[in-house]
Design a protein around this ligand. Sequence first.
Ligand SMILES: Nc1ncnc2c1ncn2[C@@H]1O[C@H](COP(=O)(O)OP(=O)(O)OP(=O)(O)O)[C@@H](O)[C@H]1O
Length: 254
Amino acid sequence: MELDRVNVHYGAHHAVRDASMVVRRNQITAMIGPSGCGKSTVLRSLNRMNDLVNGARVTGGVTYRGQDIYAPNVDPIQVRRHIGMVFQKANPFPKSIFDNVAYGLRINGMTDNLADRVEQALRGAALWDEVKDNLKKSGLALSGGQQQRLCIARTIAVEPDVVLMDEPCSALDPIATVKVEELMHELAQTYTIVIVTHNMQQAARVSKYTAFFSADLDEAGERYGHLVEFDDTAKIFSSPSDQRTEDYITGRFG
Ligand SMILES: Nc1ncnc2c1ncn2[C@@H]1O[C@H](COP(=O)(O)OP(=O)(O)OP(=O)(O)O)[C@@H](O)[C@H]1O
């Protein structure tokens, strides 16, 4: 995917200015930066999730495999089918484990071999062994870490290309976090992953590329977010080009 000078407004507030970066296939790309610098906003612009936010407006180019996802003939629901999303707080439906995973499959008419598809998705999310004897149990009865993996299973069941993750581990304990991080590495063999994280160590551990965002004040004193630096994760964390990145990763601000 490619972002070309992406700008996002919420009503009159110009929240993100001129963010340009690429998202490489089958790699994990992390977005880091202090609170309010627009990481989630930019993430949501990658699958038109901002369309669902009142007053949000995205301008600039977002292309997926060369196609402008904001072009008038593009159906946002199809965009989200190819570019799925996992949220900060696991949000299983009040349904059985099976039906949680089958939900998107049914909506998208992917009901041939439904049970196999559900199994594959649960295996892909490293949850199958823990739930295979309890598929009728409510998704809400699982632990937090299991719920997040159920949400990952639900997302990958419809076979997206890209999985966007908005702070997927921030509500998890360290053991569940390690499981989801290990899972990300496995998922990256099949999917392209973009993760927003507050946790710099997590970005350093899991990602190949990192985008560092920051927030500044404009001439009118309004806060806006922007992309400071995008590079290999190893470079961002060892010898960043920009002093602001250096200050952030060494804990001098943010
Ligand atoms: N739904 C919304 N409606 C109005 N303004 C919003 C909305 N979501 C975000 N914003 C504003 O856009 C700016 C960027 O917010 P965003 O949540 O993208 O930042 P972030 O870097 O992900 O922050 P955090 O790390 O705290 O989650 C902030 O000023 C925020 O107040």
